[in-house]
Unconditional design. Structure first.
Length: 141
């Protein structure tokens, strides 16, 4: 009886864990596609390539397929960190957690995504360079 009790207990504990793993892969509709990044950058022009961005000057960030978009809290500039596709494992509503060194988010800093539902890590990556975009000037401005 004792030999049977341990495997049954292990199966009972593993069942919910395995059920949670079943949904870990990103379905195509989970993350905004590449057209979302193009949609965000519509009306913007590239200005500069930066090594760091001050998180105090960022209003919010959004993870899209192709990168992380940071919107400036002052002005209308946008900073995009294009990260390799291999890093993009988060679902659309996962929370971005960054580990800035020295108070700024810089190239080489690590970030991870955490599930809102179960607090499990759903993605991990190292930041690349930041591309700065500003609104394009309309004729007559």
């Amino acid at each position: 009886m004792r030999n049977l009790l341990f495997p049954l207990t292990a199966l009972m504990l593993a069942g919910p864990l395995l059920a949670g793993c079943a949904g870990q892969g990103s379905a195509p509709g989970d993350k905004p596609g590449p057209d979302r990044l193009a949609e965000i950058l519509k009306g913007y022009e590239p200005v500069d390539s930066l090594q760091c961005v001050d998180p105090q000057r960022v209003r919010y960030s959004e993870t899209v397929r192709g990168g992380i978009v940071y919107r400036a809290s002052v002005g209308r500039n946008i900073y995009v960190n294009e990260i390799p596709e291999g890093c993009m494992a988060p679902h659309g509503d996962d929370i971005l957690v960054s580990f800035p060194f020295g108070g700024r988010s810089c190239q080489g800093d690590r970030v991870k995504w955490v599930s809102r539902v179960n607090s499990m890590q759903s993605g991990f990556c190292v930041l690349g360079r930041f591309a700065e975009y500003r609104p394009t000037k309309q004729p007559g401005q």
